[in-house]
Design a protein around this ligand. Sequence first.
Ligand SMILES: Cc1cc2nc3c(=O)[nH]c(=O)nc-3n(C[C@H](O)[C@H](O)[C@H](O)COP(=O)(O)OP(=O)(O)OC[C@H]3O[C@@H](n4cnc5c(N)ncnc54)[C@H](O)[C@@H]3O)c2cc1C
Length: 483
Amino acid sequence: MGARSGQDYIERLAATRPAVQLAGERIEGAVTEHPLLGRLVSSFAALYDMQLEPARLDTMTYQEPGSSERYGTSFIVPRTHEDLVHRRESMKAWADYSLGTLGRTGDYLNCAVMALSEAQSFFAQADQAFAANIAAYYQRVRREDLLLTHTLISPQANRSQDAAAQQGGALTARIVKEDDNGVTIRGARMLATIGPIADELLVFPSTVLKGTPEDAPYSFAFAINCDAPGLRFICRESLDYGGSHFDHPLGSRFEEIDSVVVFDDVQVPYERCFLLGHPDLCNGFYTDTTAAAHMTHQVATRTIAKTEAMVGIATLLSEAIGIESFQHIQEDLAELIVTLEIVRGLVRSAEADAAPNEFGVLTPKMASLNACRNWFPKASQRFPQILRKFGASGLMALPTQADIEGAAHDDIELYLQSATLDGGERVRLFRLAWDMSMSAFAGRQTLYEYFFFGDPVRMAGALVRGYDREPYTARVREFLERP
Ligand SMILES: Cc1cc2nc3c(=O)[nH]c(=O)nc-3n(C[C@H](O)[C@H](O)[C@H](O)COP(=O)(O)OP(=O)(O)OC[C@H]3O[C@@H](n4cnc5c(N)ncnc54)[C@H](O)[C@@H]3O)c2cc1C
């Protein structure tokens, strides 16, 4: 099939029945029809439709020599600089659609599955069958254009204990049985963003395994369909309050829903397993295969889209109420511009200094991307602060669409007009700024940017451990030895 349409995505999802607990009920019908999930499904459908728009077809899809099939560009195996740019441009188009607020567009994990599939000798260290399984999985996901999500970490019961120690090992998802058909998984994992509306769940390693015998049941990588028997998604409260797009411009469209995943003796066939046991390989899963670099290429590209949106919103706000000439406003606008140019520069340098990995895949330079993923989670915490500082009481003078269209219309037009906008248009802009800085949707965005790619504290530790500082210490030593 190759790159699919929004209708293809909806029809496939509507035919599944994942076990989803949301707002006090177990969803019985199709998730596509659910009032708290349907609008998110529509947004993802729009992304798939975008792939097939004639004007975007060459950006959003690619063909292999000798084949007429078109696949989503995020599945491309980069061999040239042009391939990386092509991939980035397609990722950017998807990210722009949500002003960078949708974190789990399909490209995020498509890049990962591509990189894993190419790293067959890595998986063959455990078993040749795993190498074949990951290669076949990539082909299938690409052919059917499946939407993937993933879950990596153990329940947050007690972080001073390993998974194996928590409640005698009874909390974290683990292998409880292995036979000729595959493995049985019991326990839980946090979190799976978009779990209820994805096609497949990747259950990948946590990378903090110590390699002890107790770790073996927690060492695995596999994929499972989201409606597999025994798999349950326990969702947090939805941040889509059902209001209009005018009232909740982001939450009504891009509320990604996060969920805890429960494995109640889920049967995973062998052909869906990519690693079983081998904590050492699990720990190197993302770095040794370079999946981390390819995923971070997507993350950093989305980051550009989000920062551009911030520059746009902050500029329109400052123009709307005539505050742009104030120096502290310019200082904050400059901070957003500097943030944008730093991220762009890091992505550009990652692409310019890309090199083939050991499996022959042209891989963006991880050092640049690593700098981005260590720095942006902290830099982005300033975004909502800046919008709040600009908007001030304007972020509370926010009547609804119904008010604007009702009896308060004349008052709103007179008293809420701004230097550049009439009352209704000013409220529209400020509602967007509110949804980006103050609403529950915005709060979740801020937490997401800080944590979704890992704990920044431990990522910093990994960066320090992995960064070659020897040339610099050598130079300083040499300087110290100068007479
Ligand atoms: C909105 C959102 C969406 C997410 N979506 C997904 C998803 O789709 N799939 C997925 O797999 N994950 C997802 N995550 C989870 C994400 O990977 C984790 O939040 C991240 O890895 C941090 O782990 P944690 O939340 O368990 O924090 P914890 O590990 O519980 O940390 C809590 C606090 O304790 C500190 N701490 C804990 N242990 C240590 C330690 N050993 N050393 C130093 N400090 C420590 C941390 O620094 C932090 O301040 C999501 C997270 C968020 C917030």
